[in-house]
Structures are given as C-alpha cells and as structure tokens.
Design a protein. Structure first.
Length: 286
C-alpha cells in the first residue's frame, strides 16, 4: 500500500506516469473488496460483478460503456453499477486516470440502508442511473475511501462510508422491477442460465440455439442486444466471476484455471486481469 500522504491527494492531483493498484478486503464491511488504481494503458474487457460496483474518478479521464452508451468520465463522475451489469473501461487520455472502487454485495448494501434508516428495507436495492456526475458526492466518497485505505481512524472511515452509501441510494436508488416476459427474453434467459451453469464446458452455438428455441443468428443478435455482450464473452466473464470465488477460498491460480475451463494459466491470467485490473495472485492475496 502507498503511504498516507499519497492517499490524501486532492481531486486536482495529476495522474502519475506508472500504473499501480492497491487491492484489499475490508472486514468492517463483510470483507468487501476495495481498490484504488491508476491505469495508463490498461483496457477492461466487457465484464460484470456479482456485487455492486461503486466508485468515482479521482483524476484523469476514462471512457466507459454500459447499456450500449459510451461516455467520457472524469473527476466528479460516479459509477453506480448494479450486480450483473456489463461494463468496460479504457483510458480516455494519454495520462490515463485514477479511480477508487468498492464492491458491496446486495446483503451488505441492504444492511447498511437498514442501519442508517433504522427500519427494514423492503425490496432489492438497485440504482436507476449507472454513470453520472455528482462532484459533492464523489468527493465524499473519495474522503471515506482514503480513510478506509489508510486505516488511521477506523470509526471515522466506517461512519463515513455508511453515510456516503446511504446518500447515494437516497439520490439515485430505486427498487429492482422485473422486466416483462416475452418469448425472446425467456429463450435468452435459458441460454444465459445454461452458460452460467456450465461455465467450465465448451458450449457450442448449436446447443444454445436448441436450449433457447432461437436460430443461431437471431440468438447472437438478441443476446447482445439484451445483455450488451456476446454469448462467448458472457461465458468467459462467468468463468472469471467463479474464479474470484475460488481464489477467495484459497485455491491456487493454476487449479482455479483448470476448474474454470481455461486452456492454461496464461490464458486465465490474461482474461482475469482484463476484467479486474489485477492478476489472480494479487487478488488471492489481497
């Protein structure tokens, strides 16, 4: 980890010339994954998380795509991504960007809202907007995140992050509403679920066509339109999500690669870093 003085940088501080990441799990938040990172050339492949992905740009510029929209995001930009939301990211300028992220699961986020509001939360929390600009809230998030990373005042950091998350939901939160059913969506859901249940296998397009009841050409077009990702990229992302669980349990990167259906460890490492920004070993040891 970096020194405290480095962590207490202001929003105006320029991005450094070297890529670096700091990754850890915070026990006060049920081992919530946290990361601060500077990326100059690294490009994230389209991916999703089992948890919420919440963060803010601290310096520089990132180009991010979500739900078919591509946006430039700079200081003051917030990411409020729901679990399973496909997104990517690439530097938007030569100097890259620096950002801070947390990945709270649904249960943790719900419990925080209940603690802050002092009453039971009915429904499943979600965010209605994924990429937005809120300078005040972004600065509050950076302050709480730096305090968590520095570990100099645990109570202040914990209270600060509780308040920030509650404020984010109060301004931009909603309750998940199931989309209306249709023949196409039902078939696509069957194909998606089959890929998720058989992530370690080599699944052919013909098999997915049979399961979905859609022609291969229609399946490819409809799958991308519905989930903003191809069937193959979705299966790879599911493999990476499963790999994260295995690595958290203590499994070695080589065994994880084999269990998740990757051809070899190099192939696994390349795909893992493309979706998380760090290597399997760094994630396992975080």
């Amino acid at each position: 980890m970096h020194s405290v003085s480095q962590r207490q940088a202001t929003d105006a501080m320029p991005v450094t010339t070297a890529e670096k990441t700091s990754f850890w799990r915070d026990r006060r938040f049920r081992n919530m994954e946290c990361m601060s990172a500077t990326f100059i050339t690294h490009e994230f492949a389209p991916h999703a998380h089992d948890t919420f992905s919440i963060g803010a740009i601290e310096a520089g510029c990132q180009i991010a795509s979500i739900r078919g929209a591509r946006e430039y995001t700079g200081p003051g930009a917030l990411y409020l991504l729901n679990p399973g939301e496909i997104h990517d990211g690439t530097p938007g300028a030569a100097e890259g960007y620096r950002y801070r992220m947390i990945y709270p699961d649904v249960e943790l986020f719900t419990s925080i809202l209940e603690d802050v509001k002092g009453k039971t939360f009915h429904g499943v929390p979600s965010f209605s907007r994924q990429l937005l600009h809120d300078q005040e809230l972004a600065r509050a998030f950076h302050f709480a995140h730096r305090a968590m990373e520095a570990g100099c005042d645990p109570l202040e950091a914990e209270v600060g992050m509780f308040r920030v998350l509650a404020s984010m939901f109060a301004r931009y939160g909603s309750v998940i509403i199931a989309p209306p059913k249709s023949i196409d969506r039902t078939g696509l859901r069957r194909a998606r679920d089959y890929l998720a249940d058989n992530f370690q296998e080599d699944v052919g397009l013909e098999r997915l066509s049979e399961i979905s009841g859609l022609s291969r050409a229609h399946l490819i077009r409809a799958f991308r339109k519905e989930y903003f990702i191809t069937p193959h990229a979705f299966q790879t992302d599911i493999r990476i999500r499963q790999a994260r669980r295995m690595l958290r349990s203590g499994m070695t990167p080589s065994d994880t690669a084999l269990c998740c259906g990757f051809a070899d460890q190099a192939h696994f490492t390349r795909n893992f870093k493309a979706r998380t920004g760090i290597t399997p070993a760094a994630y396992r040891n975080g």
